[in-house]
Design a protein around this ligand. Structure first.
Ligand code: CP3
Length: 345
């Protein structure tokens, strides 16, 4: 392990010396003018992901301003379905549009393809960031959890209630299992390739874990993530995995044991007492509300101090409870970053 990397040390369960490490989910993005500039001169979001120069540049942009302890490679969870041959397009102002695979017949056509070859340019971006990143910073790779990615594949994009996906999983569980299995295999290939290119930790985003009731949660959220961590750890035993089961609520405390991840990302709805309780048995990451960060600078600073004080003495990573939103003022992010840098236990 590299001793000088604050984030990696915490992920290995070592107590923080002074302030905890921090980074922000979706830290590269539209709230930064320098991001919008590169975005404007790119053909589209996917073109940006597949341009190693541009992807590496926007990955590093937030660190220059806020001195976070980690860079997360600029890409998207939907590059995995893209690599599987499912059409993915990002329409400005409308979010992602996918070629919906919402019948057993369409899902049966899916098979693991040469994911690594398809995503070659993303790994080139990782190599670039890796060579430019300061020694004390950690480079994070990521993928979406199979359940969350499957919702986009079945619905053909974002959804309010995931009705099509839940119906398909209930009416045709073998068919939905096939989709999940393909996503597990492809995600492992993608995570391992990111590590080979220079990623030092990985995060699995299960943004929609919270919508699954008992039984389905175990089958479609827990089991596939366990399958990914087992396969991934067999190939990359020293690389820590962060799991982010957004909305898992009362199921968050057991998520680490059930899935084998090294750290649990908690969303902004998990109370501080519960965070402390969970941290007795696991490395915890979280959970400033991104809406508070965007709308109330002083409120965000005060809450940041509360979180830091409450989690003092535990192996804790400061983060947001969900991704940063485009309307977030830069000065608010600056104020929170400065608060973390200045904090002492
Ligand atoms: O800085 C980083 O964190 C790295 C990059 C990153 C992006 N997406 C870039 C992106 C990461 C880690 C993601 C993860 C992601 N993508 C998730 C999981 C986390 C979460 O927020 O729940 C999900 C569900 C997606 C799928 C996705 N991608 C949606 C629903 C959208 C449209 C909504 C939006 O924010 O525009 C995207 C597009 C996207 N991914 C953008 C960025 C910077 C905006 C694209 C643009 O510039 O037009």
């Amino acid at each position: 392990m590299q001793e000088d990397k604050r984030l990696l040390k915490t992920l290995y369960g070592l107590p923080n010396e002074g302030r905890p490490p921090f980074w922000f989910m979706r830290q590269a993005g539209r709230y930064l003018p320098e991001y919008r500039e590169i975005r404007a001169e790119s053909g589209g979001f996917m073109d940006m992901c597949f341009s190693p120069e541009k992807a590496a540049e926007v990955t590093l942009q937030p660190l220059r301003r806020f001195d976070m302890d980690a860079a997360i490679i600029f890409s998207d969870i939907l590059v995995v379905p893209y690599a599987l041959g499912i059409g993915v397009d990002f329409v400005k102002g409308e979010g992602p549009k996918l070629d919906a695979h919402d019948t057993p017949e369409r899902i049966a056509m899916l098979a693991v393809t040469d994911v690594k070859e398809e995503l070659e340019l993303l790994y080139e971006a990782i190599e670039k960031v890796s060579s430019e990143l300061p020694k004390d910073k950690t480079l994070i790779g990521f993928c979406g959890a199979p359940w969350t990615v499957a919702t986009y594949v079945v619905e053909g994009g974002s959804s309010r209630d995931f009705a099509k996906t839940r119906k398909l999983a209930m009416k045709h569980p073998e068919s939905f299992q096939h989709l999940i299995d393909v996503l597990v295999e492809a995600s492992v290939i993608h995570l391992v390739a990111q590590v080979e290119a220079g990623a030092e930790a990985v995060q699995i985003f299960d943004s929609w874990a919270g919508v699954l009731p008992e039984g389905e949660y175990e089958r479609w959220c827990i089991a596939p993530i366990l399958a990914i961590t087992e396969k991934f750890k067999a190939l990359c035993p020293a690389v820590p995995v962060i799991g982010f089961p957004k909305g898992a609520g009362l199921r968050a405390p057991s998520f680490g044991l059930e899935t084998g991840v090294n750290a649990i990302g908690l969303d902004m709805c998990v109370p501080l007492d519960a965070m402390k309780y969970i941290s007795e048995a696991a490395v915890v990451q979280g959970n400033l509300d991104p809406i508070l960060l965007a709308l109330d600078k002083q409120g965000a600073v005060d809450r940041t101090k509360q979180i830091l004080d409450a989690m003092a003495g535990t192996p804790f990573i400061f983060n947001l409870g969900h991704g940063i939103i485009p309307e977030t003022p830069i000065e608010n992010v600056e104020a929170v970053s400065q608060t973390i840098h200045a904090w002492k236990p």
